[in-house]
Design a protein around this ligand. Structure first.
Ligand code: AMP
Ligand code: MG
Length: 343
């Protein structure tokens, strides 16, 4: 058995999970290439390749980032020229033609809306916009503004025509926000690019939405993912061992605004138009990054009891939650322990 020669801990600033390097000597003719951090989708992304040659790894990493950039150009609600923005501007007046990628994400979002009883809802955009504005103005929206925005929320008013490949809104003022699912989708597509390039293994992380496959980096036995302490980024609470899995963390501790002494996170409960309150961090382990992304946002809205109940009912998906409390504690689904590395 080759000896562990070095331990490196690399922290992703934007997310609350990170790749933890536990290195052994890699076999001859196997290269781990770390593409480093690049800014995409309003956060940081990182791609790691395990390749036969260094050039093979580097060109796969570049191709993966190109794919991520293309998805951002399609699905960003910040970019007025994105396809998503075209939908937001025009879909109340007429059906808007969309591409396969946006169709896939909209259909998956609709599925998660139904599965979660409306807790995950990409039409929450008007309310998200109000809270974003509140952060800029340093003043909470008025109850009247929130109620008005809430009127335009609800996936029952979103019509997706899978045959005609179009989307249409039934209510004026509707606005789609893919912030809770788009990064996961981009991770899955980037992983597809790495696999197609013939890599032995790889990892893609976009702001705490991460997926790995195949041979782990640096000759390690598994891909090791660190779950960061919501109260202190530098503290790794748990190490998760992953093989061909995705993991995503949502939480209210990094992106929030304090107004009138009250903390409001960026995750909205569509039923109340206020932010989801009860959980500090929600980590979901799933076969795809899109599922992990959408479900981590969903469970943040649902809270621990309903959230754990939902995840228990889904095959091959596990959850690790950290509730708000003075003392650090975990709540987990029944099979989550199989991913947690014993110290
Ligand atoms: P995440 O960090 O993956 O949990 O996603 C949070 C982002 O999802 C927010 O910044 C919003 O853009 C969007 N979002 C907020 N609340 C919801 C919700 N209830 N359903 C779907 N997306 C949401
Ligand atoms: Mg999410």
């Amino acid at each position: 058995m080759r000896q562990t020669i070095q331990k490196v801990i690399l922290l992703v600033l934007a997310g609350s999970i990170c790749l933890v390097g536990c290195r052994r000597l890699p076999p001859k003719g196997q290269f781990t290439i770390d593409g480093g951090y690049r800014q995409v989708m309003g956060t940081f992304a990182r791609v790691v390749a395990v390749a036969d040659t260094e050039p093979q790894g580097r060109s796969a990493i570049d191709a993966a980032f190109e794919k991520i950039d293309a998805i951002e150009q399609c699905m960003s609600d910040y970019d007025p020229n994105s396809l998503l923005s075209k939908v937001n501007q025009q879909a109340f007046r007429q059906p808007v033609a969309i591409n396969d990628e946006l169709m896939t994400v909209l259909c998956a979002s609709m599925e998660c809306y139904c599965l979660s009883g409306g807790a995950f809802d990409i039409t929450v955009g008007p309310v998200v916009q109000l809270w974003r504005q509140a952060k800029k103005n340093d003043a909470a929206p008025t109850p009247k503004q929130l109620e008005q925005a809430r009127q335009a929320v609800g996936c029952q008013n979103l019509f997706i025509d899978t045959e005609g490949q179009t989307v249409q809104f039934a209510k004026e003022g509707m606005f789609l926000d893919l912030g809770g699912i788009g990064k996961g989708y981009a991770v899955d597509r980037a992983v597809e690019i790495l696999r197609t390039a013939g890599l032995k293994g790889g990892m893609v992380d976009i702001g705490g939405n991460l997926r790995c496959f195949g041979t782990p980096a640096n000759g390690a036995e598994h891909w090791l993912i660190g779950l960061q302490d919501p109260a202190n980024d530098e503290n790794i609470l748990l190490k998760l061992k992953m093989d061909d899995r995705a993991v995503a963390t949502s939480g209210d501790y990094r992106r929030f605004v304090v107004l009138d002494g009250q903390k409001h996170s960026h995750i909205i409960n569509p039923a109340t138009a206020d932010s989801a309150q009860s959980l500090s961090s929600v980590t979901i382990i799933a076969p795809t990054a899109m599922a992990a992304d959408a479900l981590s946002t969903t469970v943040t809205v649902l809270g621990d009891q309903k959230g754990l109940g939902l995840i228990e009912s889904i095959t091959d998906v596990e959850a690790i939650l950290i509730p708000h409390s003075e003392k650090l504690s975990f709540e987990k689904t029944s099979a989550a322990d199989r991913y947690i590395m014993a110290e």
